[in-house]
Every structure is written in structure tokens, then in C-alpha cells.
Design a protein around this ligand. Structure first.
Ligand SMILES: NC(=O)c1ccc[n+]([C@@H]2O[C@H](COP(=O)([O-])OP(=O)(O)OC[C@H]3O[C@@H](n4cnc5c(N)ncnc54)[C@H](O)[C@@H]3O)[C@@H](O)[C@H]2O)c1
Length: 293
């Protein structure tokens, strides 16, 4: 299919490479004067790090169309991935223009890190068409894309599209500034700043602490499954009642019930074995890179 990439900075160039690697024709627009060179250099640099891609970057470049306007970019396409500057008014005008020029059936997707779809779509005639497809940088390499939208149908179509690109597409059920991954990152980073500012640890010590503990753990099991497995035979229920008195008991109850439904205790042994295998793999890769800080 033909996809329009509107805005070719850090994120747009990365999406362009991924979409090309997945076989699509990509039409790119951005007012930057070095657009052609930027696309060429990015595709050559990023293509080797697209998971599973073993093809030729020059063949990918033969499927790029560089165009001079948003209207030209979105004409006749099946999907539009918007990656312009993170300014609300700018995106409101841009999506009004995209909606006018794109086919009625095209997916209209925004990479926005923080803005909500309802705020960005306020100047569209069919605002429910806009779906946030927020990647974790860089999208050609890291699997996550967070989906937020008001139309279940459009969100489902967007999900299908991102799955076809090999992404892990997670639907966020409510509009919330910063979606989910960046909200988590922000809380953790605020505490990193506090600890370094207070002199508790240096910057490199803090980085070593994270990359040798929660970094390895959370690459293999998320925060809930980690504590469900860490709680022994009683799982998350035991972990919370034993070590987390700051969580109200009714919340503990609800979360433990949920954990035992989605992660039945009977299979925790095999989940723990998989976690350990994956962590061993990550640790062995890290060791090979030890000389690079
Ligand atoms: N950088 C990240 O880590 C990251 C991660 C996920 C999502 N995002 C989101 O992706 C979007 C782009 O971020 P970025 O980091 O790539 O920014 P960037 O500044 O690198 O790129 C923005 C691009 O938009 C172009 N642009 C300006 N006006 C335009 C127009 N009228 N039409 C088309 N293009 C235009 C600029 O020339 C620039 O190349 C933002 O919404 C941001 O929140 C960023």
C-alpha cells in the first residue's frame, strides 16, 4: 500500500524506514530543505536495525516518493502517519488539511507523544477518524505503539495496520496526556533527577543501578507480572499484603484477583523459567558490550 509520512524529523524518518522495509510505498513531505538527503541517509542507516529485515536499503529507496505539500502527500493513500512539531494549533490545522485532501477511507494517524486525539481533531469534520499511533523512539526498532482514539472501528483498523508492520500495538482506553509509556518514564526519571541532585548516587551509578536491575527485569516481565512471580506461591496477593502496606486493601484485593485471572498461579513456574531464560540472554548480550559506556 501507499503510506504518507507527514513530517520527516527523528520520528518520521524512522517510520519511513520501517514502512519501506515492510513493503509499502512511502510518500514523504516536510518543508526541510534537505529532505531528499535526510530520507536517503536515514533509510541507509536505519534499515539494518529493522527487526527481521535482511534486504537492500537501495531497493527500499526506490519506493520513496518525495513531495512538496501535505495535499500531494496524502492524495490517494491508504494511511497517513503524521510526525510534525508537537504544537496543538499546528496539528489542529494540519489534520484539517489532511482530512480534506486524503481519501475518506484513509487511516489518519498521529505520532504525538503528549496531545490527545480530541484536542488535535477539533477542526476536522469527522474528528473520530483521527487515531493516535504513538511509537516509542525509534519506531523502526522498538516494538511498542500506543493507540488512542474515539472510534472503536478506526482504532481496530489502526491496530491491524500496525500489527502488519510487526509492531506490538496496545490500545489505551482513555485519553490521557502523555499516554502511558511516557507517563511511566516521567515518574521514574523525576526520581532519578532527585536522587542525583541530592547526591545519593552519581549519574553513572544511577544508570548502572537501573540497567542491572529493573531494566533487565522489565524487558522480560512487566511490573505486575514481576511482582506476581516475585511473591512466591502466593503471587501478587502475598507480595502486596507482605511488602506494600501503602496500597489500600480493597485495591490490593482487586489487583490480586485480576493478576490471578490473567496470570493463573498454576503456570507461574513456567513463566518464571521463561523470564529467567530471557534475562540470561539480555545479560549475556550486555556483557559483550561492557567496554562501551
Ligand atoms: N522524538 C521522540 O522521542 C518522539 C517519540 C514518539 C513520538 N514523538 C512525536 O513525534 C512527532 C515528531 O517529533 P520529532 O521528534 O520527530 O520532531 P522533529 O522536530 O525531529 O521533526 C518534526 C518535523 O516536522 C517538520 N515539519 C514542520 N512543519 C511541517 C509541515 N507543515 N508539514 C510537514 N512537516 C513539517 C519539521 O521540518 C521537522 O522535520 C511529535 O508529535 C512528537 O511528540 C516524538
Amino acid at each position: 500500500m501507499t503510506v504518507a509520512v507527514v513530517g520527516a524529523g527523528t520520528i518520521g524518518l524512522s517510520w519511513t524506514t520501517l514502512m519501506l522495509a515492510k513493503g509499502h510505498t512511502v510518500r514523504v513531505t516536510d518543508p526541510r530543505p534537505d529532505l531528499s538527503e535526510a530520507v536517503r541517509d536515514a533509510v541507509r542507516e536505519f534499515a539494518p536495525t529493522v527487526p527481521g529485515f535482511a534486504g537492500d536499503a537501495e531497493e527500499l529507496l526506490s519506493r520513496v516518493e518525495i513531495v512538496g505539500s501535505v495535499e500531494e502527500a496524502v492524495d490517494g493513500v491508504q494511511a497517513v502517519q503524521e510526525n510534525g512539531p508537537e504544537r496543538l494549533e499546528f496539528k489542529q490545522d494540519l489534520f484539517a488539511a489532511i482530512e480534506k485532501a486524503a481519501p475518506d477511507s484513509a487511516l489518519l494517524l498521529s505520532s504525538t507523544s503528549g496531545l490527545t486525539p480530541s484536542s488535535m481533531s477539533s477542526r476536522m469534520t469527522a474528528p473520530q477518524r483521527l487515531v493516535v499511533g504513538h511509537p516509542f523512539n525509534p519506531p523502526h526498532l522498538l516494538p511498542l505503539v500506543e493507540l488512542v482514539g474515539s472510534s472503536d472501528r478506526e482504532v481496530a483498523r489502526a491496530k491491524e495496520f500496525y500489527l502488519s508492520l510487526g509492531k506490538v500495538a496496545v490500545v489505551v482506553h482513555q485519553e490521557i496526556r502523555g499516554h502511558v509509556a511516557n507517563r511511566l518514564q516521567r515518574v521514574l526519571f523525576e526520581e532519578c533527577v532527585n536522587l542525583v541532585e541530592q547526591g545519593v548516587v552519581s549519574m553513572t551509578e544511577l544508570d548502572d543501578i537501573v540497567t542491572n536491575s529493573v531494566g533487565v527485569r522489565w524487558a522480560t516481565v512487566g511490573p505486575f507480572l514481576a511482582f506476581h512471580l516475585g511473591g512466591g506461591p502466593g503471587g501478587l496477593r502475598h507480595m502486596m499484603s507482605h511488602l506494600m502496606p501503602y496500597i489500600p486493601s480493597d485495591v490490593q484485593q482487586r489487583l490480586a484477583d485480576q493478576a490471578e485471572t490473567v496470570y493463573p498461579l498454576a503456570q507461574n513456574e513456567s513463566r518464571a523459567a521463561r523470564r529467567d531464560r530471557q534475562q540470561l540472554g539480555i545479560i549475556s548480550l550486555k556483557e559483550r558490550d561492557d567496554d562501551v559506556r
